[in-house]
Design a protein around this ligand. Structure first.
Ligand SMILES: C[S@@+](CC[C@H](N)C(=O)[O-])C[C@H]1O[C@@H](n2cnc3c(N)ncnc32)[C@H](O)[C@@H]1O
Length: 437
């Protein structure tokens, strides 16, 4: 396995799942493209399926960049009369040498990031799509090289489905293909047991240019269930998040944060760029709050978090780094592994201006009762389950928080009324929130 080319070869059992959602015709010749083909695992799995259909033949093209792997690819696919191209698929896509109008494209692409100024990113911009990393670039190359009605099957990390950096890519993709099937491996499936896979992965099967119908959802290698597209891509969602409902979450009543009249932003202080400002708390310093200060459902300050708890700056710099005295709900951007919930919020009542680290999300509230109500809502199991249905990663960003449903300001205020800032037990949080559902 070589990390420079993002190599992880698909185990046979998983490759079977990747091609499972493709609709194969009873007869004719299927033009197949396998990009980043490695040793040919996906082509082999597809050929296995095609074997059972006597009237069907495959006309296969495999593209692989790594010359060391190409001989293994030949070993797998020569018997299938496949054409092997030793080259860079993104380059070939731009020069038009990849061919076009494929019936099927399969892929398990490499994962690395693409720098904004990289040749690959520019190449993709040339094709009209913004792709923040290799796997999105491969997906775009895939669906752009399908004929109308052709299908793509890709096993990829889940981050494209809701990551803020993927917004334009998502729009482009959903404008080109309809989603037929999503198979998610949220629970560290045994299918991945022989591979070192850290991210949540999904298999996406889609059809170019087809009207979007119901979507087949599969968890691990369980039974497929059909769900309406509006549960996956909510029609009113400007971000076009692709949610993967688990069935455990319920529809939460409520409106987006902006409709509640609240705003969320990321903390203003990037600690490693602000070393000169970070001091022990004392006279003429402001509180410096990190996500580690969120503890027990509130912001504890000062707290032993291994970082200075004070912040100094000149009066001219205050606007740049500080927020005014007030009541805030702080939501961690990165939850720790041992934390049960992804969404972890705490109330902070600050009598002075305060500096928040940029690993926190900061929601300014009009009063303490509203803040406590909002923290109860955000810390509830119902909200956490909802969050997991659209987010595959542990990060909670301001965009995620903006799009989630919230009760109105009055309801939040009465939920928090008379309660202390420190959150009660999970059970008590859930039973308080339950009454609103
Ligand atoms: C994650 S591996 C998957 C291999 C194979 N598809 C499988 O499922 O086992 C990704 C493959 O893409 C190849 N690759 C990386 N960048 C490429 C590029 N720009 N063009 C073509 N292949 C590339 C890597 O060498 C690697 O073999």
């Amino acid at each position: 396995m070589k990390s420079e080319h993002g190599q992880f070869f698909t185990p046979a059992r998983l490759a079977e799942q990747v091609v499972k959602g493709l609709r194969l015709p009873e007869q004719g010749t299927l033009r197949v493209l396998d990009i980043g083909a490695g040793a040919g695992a996906l082509t082999a799995a597809l050929a296995d399926r095609a074997c059972d259909i006597p009237g069907l033949s495959l006309d296969i093209t495999c593209v692989e960049l790594d010359g060391d792997v190409v001989p293994y690819l030949h070993q797998t696919v020569d018997a299938l009369n496949a054409r092997v191209i030793h080259g860079d698929v993104l380059e070939l896509a731009v020069t038009g040498e990849l061919g076009e109008d494929y019936d099927v494209v399969v892929m398990n692409p490499p994962y690395g990031k693409l720098a904004a100024a990289s040749a690959e990113r520019r190449a993709m911009a040339h094709l009209g799509v913004e792709t923040p990393n290799f796997y999105a670039a491969f997906m775009a190359v895939g669906y752009l090289h399908l004929r109308e009605g052709g299908q793509m099957a890709a096993i990829v990390p889940r981050s494209w489905a809701n990551g803020p950096y993927f917004k334009r890519f998502r729009r482009h993709m959903l404008d080109h293909i309809s989603i037929d099937r999503l198979q998610s491996f949220a629970s560290r499936s045994s299918l991945f047991s022989d591979a070192k896979v850290l991210q949540e992965n999904v298999i996406l099967t889609g059809t170019r240019g087809a009207p979007q119908g119901d979507i087949e959802l599969v968890f691990d290698d369980g039974e497929p269930q059909s769900v309406s597209v509006s549960r996956v891509v909510v029609p009113t969602d400007p971000e076009r998040f692709v949610r993967i409902p688990t069935g455990a979450e319920r529809e939460l009543p409520g409106v987006p944060l902006s409709a509640v009249g609240l705003t969320v932003s990321t903390g203003k202080v990037v600690d490693f760029r602000s070393r000169d400002h970070l001091v022990e708390p004392g006279k003429n310093t402001f509180p410096m709050v990190y996500q580690g200060n969120v503890h027990g459902g509130m912001v504890e300050w000062p707290r032993e978090v291994g970082k200075p708890q004070g912040f100094v700056c000149s009066p001219e710099e205050e606007r740049k780094y500080l927020v005014p005295a007030g009541v805030y709900v702080i939501v961690k951007r990165f939850s720790a592994k041992e934390e049960k919930r992804r969404v972890v919020a705490g109330v902070h009542v600050s009598e002075t201006p305060v500096a928040y680290d940029n690993k926190t999300n900061v929601i300014a509230c009009p009063d303490q009762d509203t803040a406590v109500g909002l923290a109860l809502w955000l810390n509830s199991t119902a909200v956490d389950t909802y969050f997991r249905s659209f987010s595959g990663h542990t990060q909670v960003n301001a965009t995620d928080l903006r799009g989630m449903p919230y009760p109105s300001l009055d309801v939040l205020r009465s939920l928090g009324a008379g309660r202390p800032v420190r959150m009660p037990s999970q059970e008590a949080i859930d039973s308080a929130v339950e009454e609103l559902l």
